[in-house]
Design a protein around this ligand. Structure first.
Ligand code: AMP
Ligand code: GLY
Length: 416
C-alpha cells in the first residue's frame, strides 16, 4: 500500500517507523517529514501547508491511505477535502475536530452529552468571565478557546492572578473548576462506530522535574498497562468515548486527556489525533502490523479487529532546546544519535533538520529517545542511558519521566 503521513514531529516519525516494520512492506511518504523519517519514508513536502496542498501530494503519489499527525490540518478541514476528492484519509472532519479546536464547543458538548468533566462557565466576553470567577474556589482554571499548543491554559491561585489570566487570554474563554488527581492519556482508533483502544499512557507536560515550571507540548511519556485497570478503561469508554463517537460519528484517533479524580475519571480535553510524545512509547510497544488496522478503520471495518502490544512498558524522554518552552536557538549541531541507537533505543526526530555538518536542531522539542524493557524500571534506565549519549549545546531534559509510575508500582531502577 502507498501511505502518506502528514507532519514533521516525533509522533509522525514514530508512525512511519512503525509502519516500516510491518510484515508486508509499504511505499511510505512523509509530508513534510524530517531527517529521521527519511530513513524509512520518502519526504514529499507540500507546495503549501493547506488541505489542497496535501491533497496534491497524495494524488501525485496515488496514496491509498493518508494519516494526519497534527491537529491544525484537521481543524482546517483536510478530511473534508480528501473525502470530496475520494482519497481515503484517517482523521476527523473539521466539524468533528472542533472537539479540540474550540474549548467552548468542547465543554458545551461534554455538558450536553453528560460526559464527566470539570464544572465550568463559558464566557463570551471578558466582563462575563470576570463575573464568573466568583462561582469557583481557588485555584481555578482559565482556558483560551482556540488551539494554543498547550499554552492556552492558566491555573490561577488567587483573584488577581485570575483577572490577569482572563485579560491575557481574552474572550471567548472557559473558566473551570480545578481538578485533583493524576493525568492519563487514553487514545482510541474510531471508525465512526467501533473503537479500538491503545494502552494507556502518561505525559509529563511541565518543563522541569517534579512537574515544576511552565507547561510544554510534553517532555516525555511512558506507556504501562497498569496505568489503568480494566474497570477504569471500561468506565472511560462507557461514559466518555462511546457517547462521543455515537453523537459525532468521529473517525480518527480520539485522545481523551483525563484526570483520575477521587470521583472517577473526568475529561480535561479531547484531542482529535494521536498524542505527542505519547505516540512514541505507544507505537514502540505495538507488535502487530499497523497499516491493516488503519486501513480497516478508514473503511469503517474496525469491528473484530485487534492490536497486539508487547507486554513491556516503554518510555520516551524528550530532549529539548535550551530555553524551550520559551525562546530557543535553532541550527545547533547534534552529536551522539547513532551511539544512543547502538544501545537498542529508538531515537525519534521531533525538531531536527539536515545542516551542512550533519543533523542540527530545528525546534523546541528536538528528539524523543524511546526504549522498552521487561519492566518500567528497566525501560526508564534504558531510555536514560541512551539519552546520556546525545549532546547539543543548551540541551535540557527531565530526569523523572515515568517516576510516578515507578512509585505507584513500588518498582525502582537498578541505580536507585
Ligand atoms: P488542556 O489543554 O485542557 O488539557 O489543559 C492543559 C493542562 O492543564 C492539562 O494537561 C492539565 O495539566 C491542566 N489542566 C487543565 N484543566 C485542568 C483542571 N480543570 N484542573 C486541573 N488541571 C487542569
Ligand atoms: N502530549 C499532549 C498532546 O499531544 O497534546
Amino acid at each position: 500500500m502507498t501511505i502518506l503521513v502528514i507532519g514533521s514531529g516525533g509522533r509522525e516519525h514514530a508512525i512511519v517507523w512503525r509502519l516500516s516494520r510491518d510484515s508486508r512492506s509499504h511505499k511510505l511518504f512523509a509530508s513534510p517529514g524530517n531527517p529521521g523519517m527519511a530513513a524509512c519514508a520518502t519526504l514529499a513536502p507540500p507546495a503549501a501547508s493547506t488541505p489542497e496542498g496535501w491533497l496534491a501530494v497524495a494524488e501525485s503519489i496515488n496514496a491509498g491511505l493518508t494519516v494526519v499527525g497534527p491537529e491544525a490540518p484537521l481543524v482546517a478541514g483536510i478530511a473534508d477535502t480528501f473525502r470530496a476528492a475520494g482519497r481515503p484519509l484517517f482523521g476527523p472532519t473539521a466539524a468533528q475536530a472542533q472537539l479540540e479546536g474550540s474549548k467552548v464547543f468542547a465543554k458545551s458538548f461534554f455538558r450536553d452529552h453528560s460526559i464527566p468533566t470539570a464544572r465550568f462557565v463559558a464566557a463570551a466576553t471578558v466582563a462575563e468571565a470576570e463575573l464568573a470567577l466568583a462561582s469557583f474556589p481557588f485555584p481555578l482554571v482559565v482556558k483560551a478557546d482556540g488551539l494554543a499548543a498547550g499554552k492556552g491554559v492558566i491555573i490561577a491561585h488567587d483573584r488577581p492572578a485570575a483577572l490577569a489570566a482572563v485579560r491575557k487570554l481574552g474572550a471567548p474563554l472557559v473558566i473551570e473548576e480545578f481538578l485533583r488527581g493524576e493525568e492519563v492519556s487514553y487514545i482510541v482508533l474510531s471508525d465512526g462506530r467501533n473503537v479500538l483502544p491503545l494502552p494507556p499512557a502518561q505525559d509529563h507536560k511541565a518543563a522541569f522535574d517534579g512537574d515544576q515550571g511552565p507547561n510544554t507540548g510534553g517532555m516525555g511519556a511512558y506507556s504501562d498497562d497498569r496505568i489503568l485497570n480494566a474497570s477504569q478503561r471500561q468506565e472511560i469508554l462507557d461514559t466518555i468515548i462511546l457517547p462521543t463517537v455515537e453523537a459525532t460519528g468521529f473517525v480518527g484517533f480520539l485522545y481523551a486527556g483525563l484526570m483520575m479524580t477521587a470521583d472517577g475519571p473526568k475529561l480535561l480535553e479531547f484531542n482529535v489525533r494521536l498524542g505527542d510524545p505519547e505516540t512514541q512509547p505507544l507505537l514502540h510497544r505495538l507488535s502487530s502490523d499497523f497499516a491493516p488496522v488503519l486501513d480497516a478503520a478508514v473503511h469503517g471495518r474496525l469491528a473484530g479487529v485487534s492490536l497486539d502490544f508487547l507486554n513491556a512498558p516503554s518510555v520516551c524522554v524528550v530532549l529539548a532546546s535550551g530555553g524551550y518552552p520559551g525562546d530557543y536557538a535553532t541550527g545547533v549541531p547534534i552529536q551522539g544519535i547513532e551511539e544512543a541507537e547502538a544501545t537498542g533505543a529508538t531515537v525519534f526526530h521531533a525538531g531536527t533538520r539536515q545542516g551542512g555538518a550533519g543533523i542540527e536542531t530545528a525546534g523546541g522539542r528536538v528528539l524523543g529517545v524511546t526504549a522498552s524493557g521487561p519492566d518500567l524500571g528497566a525501560a526508564i534506565e534504558h531510555a536514560y542511558s541512551a539519552a546520556g549519549r546525545i549532546h547539543f549545546a543548551g540541551m535540557h531534559y527531565r530526569r523523572d519521566i515515568g517516576r510516578k509510575g515507578l512509585s505507584r508500582y513500588n518498582e525502582s531502577t537498578a541505580g536507585t
